[in-house]
Design a protein around this ligand. Structure first.
Ligand code: MTE
Ligand code: HPA
Ligand code: MOS
Length: 752
C-alpha cells in the first residue's frame, strides 16, 4: 500500500497549520527573542510598540495566567523571560496583531535593556565551571581498570560531534481558538499532543480537559517537535485566552532557526583496550553533552547515549559516564536517534583510532567484536535474537569487502587527484522509550452503520507514514477494503494521555492497541454472523469483506453484517490499550531490560575525495537492514534512505555554528548546508535481512524510523580513509562534521 498522503502531498492539498482556514477576526502573533545569550536585570519596554496601528496586545511574563513554566523533565524553563536571559533566541514577548506583518514591524519597536553576563557555549567550559543540568549518570559492566592492565593495546583520544538543525519543511506553529466555557482548541504541529495539552493547561492555569489539541499532520518533526512545539502552542493559547479571539502563530524560518534547540553537540574522551586478537576488552568514555540553557529532553537523551555507547559490539568491561552540561545555547532537544548516534560516534572513533595505530582496517576490529546471542549489554539486558553477525555476513555475501578494498587500493595507486575510501558501519538500536512508563498507547475504533470505519490513535503523522501503517493494521485485521477506513486526526479528546510519537515506537505501540480494538469488534461481529447463519463462531471468518463458513463464502458481506449488528443494538465502537510487556529499568542500579527488541544493520560506504579541492562525493552505500518482516516495503525503504541522508548530512556537511557570544551564525539556508539531490549518495542499495522478525514489533515489522540514521556515521570514516590514502601523515581528528574545509586541512597537514 502506498502512503495514503501521497496524492494530497503531490497535489498540494494536504493541510498543515498555516493552511487552516482561520476564523474571522483571527489575530497573528510573532515572538520577540533575546539577542544576547546571557543577561540579568532585563527590562522590556513595549510602550512604543503597543501604539503601532493594528497591534492588539503584547504579552509578557506578567500576563501569564498560570505558571510561567514549560519544562517537561525538569521545571527549569520559563515560557517568557522573567528578568533573566539564558540564551540568544529566548522568548521575551509575544506581539499579537491584526497581521503577521504588523506583529513583526511592531516587534522592532520593543526596547530591551539588560546587564550582560559571561556566556558559556561549549560543554567543556560548562563542565570545568561545574554548570550542569542534573547529576551525571554512569553505566558500568565488569572492571575496566583491571581489564586495561591486561590489554595488549590501549588507546586514548577525544571525539567531537556537532549539533544538527532539524530543518523540518514545516516550521513550528500553532493555531488557537476559544470554545465555550473557557475551553480552547489548539491545532499544533507537535509530535506530542498530550505534552502540548498538559503544558498549555499549566501556562493558562486551567485543567487539562479545558484544552483540546488536534494534530492533522506535521511537515516533518525529526524529534524537533517532541518537546519544542510546545512553547509556540502555549503562546497562541495564552493570547486566545487573554484576548478571546483566534490566534495563529507560525515561526518564519529565520525565527525557527534562531529560537529552537538542535541535536546536542557532544565532546567526549575515550580509552579503548584490545587483546592480541583485536578483541575489545575494555572501553571507557566520558561524554560531555552540550544541553543548552534548560533541561528539555537532555536527561533522557543523555541516557540513550549510554545505552548505545557500545553500538553492536560486546565489550565485557565498560565504564560510561555522561554529564549534561548547562550552556547558554538554546536548549538542545530530541533529534532522530535521541543521543544514540552521539554514543555510537565515540565507539566507532575508538575503533578507528585503534585501527589507525595498529595499521589494520577498522572493519577487522568491528567484525571481531560483534554481539552474539546472550551477550550482556552494560545496562544489564541480555541480547536475544541478535542479528549483528547475520547482517554482517549478508552484507559481505552481497559485496565482498576485500574486493572493494582491493579495487579502492588499485584506484588510489592509479590516481593522484582523486582518492577513494570506504568504511563499514554496523548498527544496533534499542526499541522502546528508554523511560519505561512512556511505553503505552490507545486506539479508538468506530465502525459506522454503513460499514465504513474511523480510526483514532495517539500516533502523529509526520511523514513517516504511520497513518498508512495504521490503516493497514485495521484493513488486515478486519480483512476489508482499505477504502472503507479513514484515519482521523490525532486528538486529545478522542485519545488521551498519549506519549509523543517518538522513539521509533509509534507504529508498534499504537498498532498493537489498534489490533486489540479491531479484534474485540471482530469477535462481536462474528457472534452476530454466527447467529444469522446458524453456525458455530469457530467455523466462521471474515475474509476480503465477506463472511466465510469453513472457508466457503456466504451471502453475508461486511456491510450487511455491520448493519445487522447495529440493528441488534450491539456496540460498534471499541477503545483498546496496549502497554509493552517485559520491559523494565532500575535507575538505582542502572540495570534492567529497557528495550522490547533491538534493530540491527550494516552499511558499507564508499567515497571519492577530490584532493585538489577538498570536496567529496559519496559513491555508494550498500546496506543490509533488519526490517524484521516489513509490513510496507515502500515506506520502510523511504525511512532507510531518508535517515541515511540525514545521518550523512550530520556527519559531513551540516555545520551548526555559534560564535563565542552564543549567537547562531549558521542562521540561514545559505550558511547551513543540508544534503540535496546532488550530494546524496549516487548509488544506494538496501537489502532486507533474511529473518523471521520479532513478536514485539507490529506484525513482526520492526521499528525503522531512527536506526538507519546511524549508517551515516560511516561516511565520516570513509572520507577520513580517503584522506589517508592521499596524505600518509594525516591523523583522524574525530571531529565532525567532515566539511570540505576540514578535508582540505587534512589533505595537506604534516606530521609533527
Ligand atoms: N520521517 C519523516 N518523513 N519525518 C519525520 O519527522 N521523524 C523520525 C522518524 N522518521 C520523521 C521520520 C523520528 S525522530 C522518529 S522518532 C520516527 O520517525 C517517529 O515515527 P515512528 O515512531 O512512527 O517511527
Ligand atoms: N526516545 C524518544 N523520546 C523519548 C525517549 C526515547 O527513548 N525517552 C523519552 N522520550
Ligand atoms: Mo524521534 S528523536 O524519537 O522524535
Amino acid at each position: 500500500m502506498k502512503n495514503i498522503d501521497a496524492n494530497g502531498h503531490v497535489r498540494g492539498e494536504s493541510l498543515f497549520i498555516d493552511d487552516i482556514l482561520t476564523k474571522q477576526h483571527c489575530l497573528h502573533a510573532a515572538v520577540l527573542a533575546a539577542d544576547v545569550a546571557h543577561a540579568k536585570d532585563v527590562v522590556i519596554d513595549v510602550q512604543q510598540a503597543e501604539k503601532f496601528p493594528g497591534v492588539e496586545k503584547i504579552l509578557l511574563a506578567k500576563d501569564i495566567t498560570g505558571e510561567n513554566q514549560v519544562g517537561g523533565i525538569l521545571l527549569d524553563e520559563p515560557l517568557l523571560c522573567e528578568g533573566e536571559i539564558h540564551f540568544q533566541g529566548m522568548p521575551l514577548a509575544v506581539i499579537v496583531a491584526e497581521s503577521d506583518f504588523i506583529a513583526k514591524r511592531a516587534r522592532e519597536l520593543i526596547e530591551v535593556s539588560y546587564t550582560e553576563l559571561p556566556v558559556i557555549t561549549t560543554a567543556k567550559e560548562a563542565f570545568e565551571k561545574g554548570q550542569f543540568i542534573n547529576d551525571a549518570r554512569s553505566f558500568n559492566l565488569g572492571d575496566v581498570d583491571e581489564a586495561f592492565d591486561d590489554c595488549q593495546y590501549v588507546f586514548e583520544d577525544k571525539t567531537f560531534s556537532n549539533g544538527q538543525e532539524h530543518l523540518y519543511l514545516e516550521t513550528q506553529g500553532a493555531y488557537a481558538e476559544k470554545q465555550e466555557n473557557g475551553c480552547i482548541k489548539l491545532m499544533s504541529s507537535t509530535q506530542g499532543p498530550t505534552v502540548v495539552q498538559r503544558i498549555a493547561a499549566r501556562i493558562l492555569g486551567v485543567a487539562m480537559h479545558k484544552i483540546e489539541v488536534d494534530v492533522t499532520r506535521l511537515g516533518g518533526g525529526f524529534g524537533g517537535k517532541e518537546d519544542q512545539a510546545t512553547p509556540w502552542a502555549c503562546m497562541a493559547a495564552l493570547a486566545t485566552h487573554v484576548l478571546n479571539k483566534p490566534v495563529k502563530l507560525i515561526l518564519d524560518r529565520h525565527d525557527d532557526l534562531k529560537m529552537t534547540g538542535k541535536r546536542h553537540p557532544y565532546e567526549s574522551t575515550f580509552k579503548i583496550g584490545l587483546d592480541e586478537n583485536y578483541k575489545i576488552k575494555a572501553f571507557e568514555v566520558r561524554f560531555l553533552q552540550n544541553s543548552g540553557a534548560a533541561a528539555d529532553l537532555s536527561p533522557a537523551i543523555a541516557e540513550r547515549t549510554l545505552f548505545h555507547a557500545t553500538n553492536s559490539y560486546f565489550i565485557p568491561n565498560v565504564k560510561t559516564t555522561v554529564h549534561s552540561c548547562k550552556t547558554n545555547l538554546p536548549p538542545n532537544t530530541a533529534f532522530r536517534g535521541f543521543g544514540g548516534p552521539q554514543g555510537m560516534v565515540v565507539i566507532e572513533s575508538a575503533i578507528a583510532k585503534a585501527a589507525e595505530q595498529l595499521g589494520i582496517p577498522a572493519y577487522k576490529i568491528q567484525q571481531a567484536n560483534l554481539l552474539s546471542e546472550n551477550d550482556v549489554f552494560s545496562y544489564g539486558q541480555v541480547a536475544e535474537k541478535v542479528e549483528a553477525k547475520k547482517v554482517w555476513q549478508q552484507l559481505s555475501d552481497k559485496i565482498n569487502i576485500n574486493v572493494v578494498e582491493q579495487s579502492i587500493e588499485e584506484f588510489n595507486q592509479n590516481n593522484q587527484q582523486f582518492k577513494k575510501g570506504m568504511a563499514v558501519m554496523p548498527i544496533c538500536f534499542g526499541i522502546s522509550f528508554t523511560n519505561t512508563p512512556m511505553n503505552h498507547a490507545r486506539a479508538l475504533v468506530h465502525i459506522y452503520q454503513d460499514g465504513s470505519v474511523g480510526i483514532s490513535t495517539g500516533a502523529v503523522e509526520m511523514g513517516q507514514s504511520v497513518n498508512t501503517k495504521m490503516l493497514q493494521v485495521a484493513a488486515q485485521t478486519f480483512s476489508i477494503n482499505p477504502d472503507l477506513i479513514k484515519l482521523e486526526t490525532t486528538n486529545t479528546t478522542r485519545v488521551a494521555n498519549t506519549s509523543p510519537s517518538a522513539a521509533s515506537s509509534t507504529a508498534d505501540l499504537n498498532g498493537k492497541a489498534l489490533i486489540k480494538a479491531c479484534n474485540a469488534l471482530l469477535e462481536r461481529l462474528k457472534h452476530v454472523a454466527a447467529d444469522e447463519l446458524s453456525v458455530g463462531v469457530d467455523t466462521l471468518e471474515i475474509k476480503n469483506g465477506w463472511v466465510e463458513v469453513n472457508g466457503e463464502k456466504t451471502e453475508l458481506d461486511w456491510k450487511n453484517l455491520v448493519f445487522k449488528t447495529f440493528w441488534k443494538r450491539i456496540c460498534l465502537t471499541e477503545n483498546a490499550h496496549y502497554a509493552t510487556p517485559i520491559i523494565k529499568f532500575d535507575k538505582s542500579k542502572e540495570k534492567g531490560h529497557p528495550f522490547a527488541y533491538h534493530v540491527y544493520g550494516a552499511a558499507l560506504i564508499q567515497t571519492t575525495v577530490d584532493c585538489l579541492r577538498g570536496t567529496y562525493e559519496i559513491d555508494c552505500v550498500d546496506i543490509v537492514h533488519d526490517f524484521g518482516k516489513s509490513m510496507n516495503k515502500g515506506v520502510d525503504l523511504g525511512q532507510v534512505e531518508g535517515a541515511l541522508a540525514q545521518g550523512i548530512g550530520w556527519m559531513t556537511m551540516e555545520e551548526v555554528a555559534y560564535n563565542e557570544q552564543g549567537r547562531l551564525l549558521s542562521n540561514t539556508l545559505s550558511t547551513y548546508k543540508i544534503p540535496d539531490i546532488f550530494s546524496i549518495a549516487k548509488d544506494i542499495t538496501v537489502e532486507a535481512l533474511k529473518t523471521e522478525g520479532h513478536d514485539m514489533a507490529i506484525f513482526k515489522s520492526k521499528a525503522v524510523g531512527e536506526p538507519p540514521l546511524m549508517y551515516g556515521i560511516g561516511a565520516y570514516f570513509a572520507i577520513a580513509n580517503a584522506i589517508k590514502a592521499f596524505n600518509k601523515d594525516y591523523q583522524i581528528k574525530f571531529h565532525s562534521p567532515m566539511t570540505p574545509e576540514k578535508v582540505m586541512m587534512g589533505l595537506y597537514e604534516k606530521s609533527i
